[in-house]
Design a protein around this ligand. Structure first.
Ligand code: C5P
Length: 220
């Protein structure tokens, strides 16, 4: 069978990562978390004292760090200049700064090229999750999914992951980040015209996974 490319987009807290990893594992495909790449380059900017609110400074440094993503859904990895940053990219500081960094066109151009080369190299195919995968990165994907969920459900899931974080503060931060990601000029968070929208508010993870796996199998 030819390699199958699955694009999964949507706002934060809709279950993109859990769904994408499980679908890739079940179908024997590679997996790419593109949010982790934007977080990794943001971590590098913060660590190197670059003002992330200055788009010119961010653009000037865009080509400097080397980002490498491991694509095994059972244990995805992310390194910056050889350093494992899987933990540090999830801090609140990186989370609060990633939208500004990812809005810079030079950053997107570089990371998009990296994503396309990783997808093209996946032997059996890949599940790629993000915000602009179906619209910009892989517009010829075999299947495009757009996950949604109510703000309440998204905040509840995210604060569960963050082990007891305040649900209201988490909801406000999520809404703010999604608004920034949706309103930027370059490759905003958007549903592709040919994407299948799945509202996960009332669904369990296994239900969402089954739904996506069935859609992939129909395309094969
Ligand atoms: O998916 P995650 O929440 O880890 O993504 C972190 C941030 O990376 C998003 O809020 C967004 O600013 C950026 N991002 C993006 N394009 C993608 C994936 C993530 O701009 N394809």
């Amino acid at each position: 069978a030819p390699a199958v490319i699955v694009a999964i987009d949507g706002p934060s807290g809709t279950g993109k990562s859990s769904t994408s990893k499980a679908v890739a594992a079940q179908l024997g495909l590679s997996y790419l978390d593109t949010g982790a790449q934007y977080r990794a380059i943001t971590w590098w900017m913060v660590t190197n004292g670059i003002d992330t609110d200055d788009p010119h400074a961010v653009a000037a440094a865009a080509g400097k760090p080397e980002i490498v993503s491991g694509t095994d859904p059972a244990g995805p990895t992310i390194t910056v200049d050889g350093v494992d940053v899987a933990g540090p990219i999830r801090t609140q500081e990186v989370t609060s700064k990633v939208s500004a960094v990812s809005a810079v066109p030079e950053i997107r151009a570089r990371i998009t090229e990296l994503q396309r080369s990783i997808a093209a190299a996946a032997p059996l195919g890949i599940v790629v999750e993000g915000r602009d995968i179906g619209t910009v990165v892989l517009p010829d994907a075999d299947l495009k999914i757009f996950l949604t969920a109510s703000a309440e459900a998204r905040a509840a899931r995210r604060s569960g992951e963050l082990k007891g974080a305040d649900v209201n503060a988490t909801r406000e931060a999520l809404i703010k980040r999604d608004a920034a990601d949706s309103s930027r000029k370059t490759a905003p968070l958007a549903k592709a015209g040919d994407a299948v929208e799945v509202d996960t508010t009332a669904l369990t993870l296994p239900q969402v996974v089954e739904c996506v796996v069935t859609l992939v199998e129909e395309k094969r």
